[in-house]
Design a protein around this ligand. Structure first.
Ligand code: IPD
Ligand code: CA
Ligand code: CA
Ligand code: CA
Length: 267
């Protein structure tokens, strides 16, 4: 079995190499395709980065499996053995429209247990990195343990869609939370929003629907610095089908469940 250190060294190297490819792509014309609807897009670079990781992982660790958004890896029905959970570009719409506010997201799991998390903000050259139990870092800077905060002093990250009519939650449920929080933000990349919670730039991130590759790396970062992680009904996350997600600084999690989410029938 490959050691965690060995996987970490390669993963970091490949992250940086993939980042260079993405930066270089800004000078080229993107090939953009529609997936499930006109706002769900994929580019040649999403596919190229996933293929790059799949080739490297298969070559170096032939027994490992890959669970990636664009389907270049394996069909994953369980998390047995070592699984690399990869989002080649998280924030594809930002990548296309803004050439910033996107990241490569990676979580490495052994028999379902998270070992390594990496989120690379390519444009700012910020690599968020955790080896479970050994601390979380942004580049070489160790991230501090998160401190308790109340809703009234919290900056909360959330897509505006969850307080307008949508298929997943009664919009009136989260409106009071938005009103009571000190401020709300939305970055359009779940991976970056998780990294920002870990780095203390945001106090919480809440969303009704994500896939495992969106959160596999980020939740490990948040947990390592003492943040709290659950789905929107305060249960463990589903790493196969995807889930809702609520991550926050300590204390805030409890306050939000007690005051805003508990007993609501729309959940
Ligand atoms: C999306 C981003 C976005 C979130 C969506 C995700 P993608 O990932 O993380 O912030 O709101 O639910 O699908 O498609 O850009 O990798
Ligand atoms: Ca994503
Ligand atoms: Ca993606
Ligand atoms: Ca996508």
């Amino acid at each position: 079995m490959a050691s965690v250190k060995e996987m970490d060294t390669y993963a970091k190297l490949w992250m940086k190499e993939a980042g260079s490819k993405l930066r270089a792509s800004f000078e080229t014309k993107l090939n953009i395709e529609i997936k499930t609807n006109p706002n769900d897009l994929v580019t040649n670079m999403d596919k190229a980065i996933e293929t790059f990781f799949c080739d490297k992982i298969t070559e170096t660790f032939p027994e490992h499996r890959i669970f990636g958004e664009e389907g270049m890896g394996n069909e994953i029905k369980d998390l047995k053995g070592t699984v690399w959970i990869l989002d080649p570009i998280d924030g594809t719409l930002n990548f296309i429209h803004q050439q910033r506010n996107f990241a490569i997201s990676l979580g490495i799991y052994e028999d379902g247990i998270g070992k390594i998390g990496m989120i690379y903000d390519v444009v700012n050259d910020e690599l968020y990195h955790v080896i479970k139990g050994e601390g979380a870092f942004m580049n070489d800077q160790r991230l501090s343990p998160l401190k308790e905060v109340s809703v009234s002093k919290a900056i909360l990250s959330m897509n505006a869609s969850w307080v307008t009519e949508n298929r997943r939650i009664d919009p009136s449920l989260l409106a009071p939370l938005v009103r009571d929080a000190r401020g709300t933000r939305s970055y359009g990349s779940a991976a970056l929003e998780l990294a920002y919670v870990a780095a203390g730039r945001l106090d919480a991130y809440i969303t009704m629907r994500l896939m495992p590759w969106d959160f596999a790396g980020g939740v490990l970062l948040v947990e390592e610095v003492g943040g709290e992680v659950s789905n929107i009904t305060d249960k463990k996350l589903d790493f196969l089908e995807g889930d809702s997600l609520f991550v926050s600084k300590p204390g805030l999690h409890k306050e939000v469940f007690e005051k805003y989410l508990t007993g609501n029938t729309s959940l």
